[in-house]
Design a protein around this ligand. Structure first.
Ligand code: ADP
Ligand code: MG
Length: 489
């Protein structure tokens, strides 16, 4: 699709600057056990309760690849429309850190399991843009240093050491903080659909490093800084924006951007230098001597291909074609697979177009206000579908439907029961409506005079009065017709 949104620019003293953003996402693989040991990978256990000898860096321990994690990486690669490499190699990435007892991380370097792929991101106004994926590789996580447990000591928790991560590296294809946010949102949605990562940024199961540089539009790429471990999409946007402005100011003052790793301070809303960028040679990568290259048989990849779920983009296309809803509504409805399943229930039971509106506006609004997930919705998909049918066939007006919906949300009752109980049926009986109209006209002889003298906008006043008398239950179309014919008589 063509880009209808004006390009995002930062205006400095010397004119306009363009942002270039590439994201590295560490996604924790959904798996019972760790990447190379049998220890549990579950979140939330007591510190150091889930540590195998290998994870603790005991000498002589041998890594064994967890095939579930490999399958998860393949599945993710297929979901990113990426190349699956039939041969990949694990490498040691050597560095010292207190929470890395092995002294190295087993990762993948120049031969990752997954090569180039792409993600379509959804931007405002129904615009989509394709962002390239450079690679996806498997690696083990490090442990965790806890600096806030004791005034003068740091503690180490090794539960996380050895847990499988997929590092997903994008190409430098994003040009604004909003595009970066849309990329993370879409990636998280795909991972959740696939069931390969829960995408929970607060618990750290999805972490993002943002690479940012600036340039004059049309110039070659500038030097980038990498902002490490930002833990919410909102912070990623803030960090990128702050960092880009910092670089523009620095360059315009005559300075040059140094390639470095920076940290985002969420409280202050700024980034600060952490260390100058290490280079690959500092890590002295070499092939992991305790593991053979990872060879994937065709049949294995094929089998996973056969078990792929319908992904958000395909579902979106199908919703537009099958239910006649707008691409924008469809993208909102498919973002979470539970929402999409709920909506399909509504569409199957009721009117698909009204169903989309009522799901997005009324239901999501009410759930949000109540702090409830869709899986605990007091209104069932079936009942919301029925409500749309009552609106569609004229049993109740849209206005009354809002009251019925509120009651449904409160009590979980079916809409027809509520309409019956409270006598909310729309009045479409012409005799009854004529009687109401007569009452209103008789009560307002002066306005009738004015209307007949040419003040036609008084029609709205009469409609309002009749609706009020019927407690909102009169069929508005019929009220209009009856009024017009009586007034012109
Ligand atoms: P490193 O190992 O140094 O982090 P990677 O290749 O793993 O390098 O990741 C580099 C990331 O930086 C990628 O997401 C890439 O898109 C991004 N990137 C590369 N060059 C630039 C640039 N000039 N400006 C912004 N991002 C960039
Ligand atoms: Mg990197």
């Amino acid at each position: 699709m063509t880009n209808e949104i004006p390009p995002y620019r930062i205006t400095g003293e010397t004119g306009e600057w363009e942002l270039v953003i590439g994201l590295e996402v560490h996604a924790q693989v959904i798996s019972d056990s760790k990447l190379f040991s049998g220890a549990s990978a579950r979140f939330g256990a007591d510190p150091n309760a889930q540590v195998a000898f290998l994870d603790a860096g005991m000498p002589g321990m041998l890594p064994v690849v967890n095939e579930v994690c490999v399958d998860q990486a393949i599945r993710t690669g297929l979901g990113l429309h990426a190349r699956v490499n039939h041969k990949s190699v694990f490498s040691r990435k050597n560095y010292f850190y207190a929470d890395l007892p092995l002294g190295y991380q087993i990762s993948q370097y120049d031969e990752p399991i997954i090569g180039e792929g792409e993600i379509d991101i959804d931007l405002p106004g129904g615009v989509t843009k394709t962002v390239g994926i450079e690679r996806l590789h498997l690696e083990m996580d490090a442990g965790k240093s806890l600096h806030d447990q004791h005034p003068s000591k740091s503690y180490i928790d090794l539960n996380r050491a050895g847990v499988a991560l997929m590092e997903i590296v994008s190409k430098p294809d994003m040009r604004s903080p909003d595009e970066a946010a849309a990329y993370l949102t879409k990636l998280r949605s795909i991972l959740r659909y696939l069931g390969t990562c829960d995408g929970n940024m607060e618990e750290g199961s999805m972490r993002c490093d943002a690479n940012v540089s600036v340039r004059k539009p049309g110039d070659p790429l500038g030097t980038r800084c990498e902002i490490k471990n930002v833990n919410s999409i909102r912070f990623v946007k803030q960090a990128i924006e702050y960092e880009a402005r910092r670089q523009v100011a620095l360059i315009e003052e005559g300075g040059t951007v140094q390639q470095e790793t920076r940290l985002f301070d969420a409280r202050k809303g700024e980034t600060r230098s952490m260390r100058s960028k290490e280079h690959a040679h500092d890590y002295r990568y070499f092939p992991e001597p305790d593991l053979l290259p990872l060879i994937l048989e065709d049949t294995r990849v094929e089998k996973i291909k056969q078990s792929m779920p319908e992904l958000p983009d395909d579902k979106k296309k199908r919703f537009v074609a099958e239910y006649g809803i707008t691409p924008y509504d469809a993208s909102v409805l498919v973002a979470e697979k539970e929402d999409a399943a709920f909506y399909e229930g509504v569409a199957k039971q009721g009117d698909p177009k009204l169903g989309a509106n009522w799901t997005i506006t009324e239901l999501f609004g009410a759930l949000n206000a109540a702090g409830k997930p869709i899986t605990e919705s007091p209104v069932s998909a079936e009942n919301l579908g029925k409500l749309t049918l009552l609106i569609k066939d004229g049993t109740i007006s849209g206005r009354i439907a809002k009251d019925v919906f509120a009651e449904m949300f409160e009590t979980g009752k079916a809409p027809d029961a509520i309409v019956e109980e409270k006598g909310l049926k729309q009045v479409s009986d012409s005799g009854a409506i004529e009687a109401l109209v007569d009452e209103v006209l008789t009560a307002n002889p002066d306005k009738v005079e004015q209307f007949r003298g040419g003040k036609e906008k008084l029609l709205g006043f009469f409609v309002g009065q009749v609706m009020k008398k019927s407690q909102g239950k009169a069929n508005p179309g019929m009220v209009n017709e009856v009024l017009k014919s009586k007034l012109s008589a």
